[in-house]
Design a protein around this ligand. Sequence first.
Ligand code: ZN
Length: 410
Amino acid sequence: MFLLWQHNKTSYDSVDAAQDAVKDPKVTTKESPFKEISYVEERSKTHHYTLTYPKTGIKAVDDAMKKSIYAKRDAFLASNATRFHATVSATTSGHYISFLIKNDVFLPTKQVESSVQTFTYNRQDKKLVTLKQFIKTEARLNRLSKEIRTEIQRQNDHLQWSAKKIDHLTQDTWETFADFGLDGKNFTVYYGPHTLANHLSVISIPITAINKKRDTTVFRLNTHDKKYVALTFDDGPNKTVTPRILETLKKHDVKATFFMLGSSVEEAPELAKEVLKEGHEIGNHSYGHENLSKMTGVEAEANINKANQLIKNATGQEPLTIRPPYGARNAELEQLSAQPMILWGVDTLDWKTRNAASTLKEVQQHVYPGAIVLMHDIHPTTADALDAVLTYLQQQGYTCVTVSQLEGLQ
Ligand code: ZN
């Protein structure tokens, strides 16, 4: 403290200010967490901005980053905003470094509007990496789009985002997810202000989700020439509701997927057999609706195997897929499981509302091409709603398929 005070007491202070006046912006170089990279700080007193950005020493890389960062600065200079701060942070994933430049623009209303710019740098070949270079194939892009969509739907508690908006913001194009970052475990997408929300939004999914085996031949989302939807019925078979569901599906000549509980199949094996005989698909929904993510890997595997076996005993076929109760899964469970885990994109909330009109309304409001729709064949109100749901879907030009057909497993 004393040293600083003494320093300020000298006339150096005014020399410094004079130099600043001449050299504006003032540029200083700082250390970064990476030995071959430095951070450059550029501070302009006259124009009220501070920029911090990485410098790799590779001209093409540095020029590209600077160009994009300066474009933001110039937009600020041309605006009526009062201050501009760009700060840098970084995460690593193997030989990639993801730089995140956070731009804070101070508006005359004193509000701060934040947006981000991302750069992913390959330390090995000393180049910036685009989304396309990282994701490589259209099938993986499609999988990425589906996983991001599912994550947004999962966060859509208050139904603050319409299906149409989510559909638009998760289109499987290379531009949609251009602002991305990697941190070793997660793939993160950034949505700027006034897109997903008024503020900056951050959506992360595990990188492993993009690499699933089942990403080979998925139906493309947003193909407006063909609209597929997969209806799924959980928690059965149920002696009173399941036969009613089967009858309505038959009336509309539609195939669906039933995620059955091993314990319920044990009680009504003939019903499980009937479902398969009608051409529908059966999936595993655990033995007795346990939260598999709270078990050890060995316990979860035993639970899944028990249900697989009961379904096979009843129907002659082992289920192709698993839907973990509550959608609860963890990385260990996903690795252990030979069957793909299937969640959903549209929750009809039939389990909560127990009202046929509400169930229909949820479908009408949230269905999108490629959606997996969650319902339950244990509530009579779901059976009440189904005829109208199928009529609506057919009017809208949807073709109902099973989950495996939708996911390209069959
Ligand atoms: Zn369930």
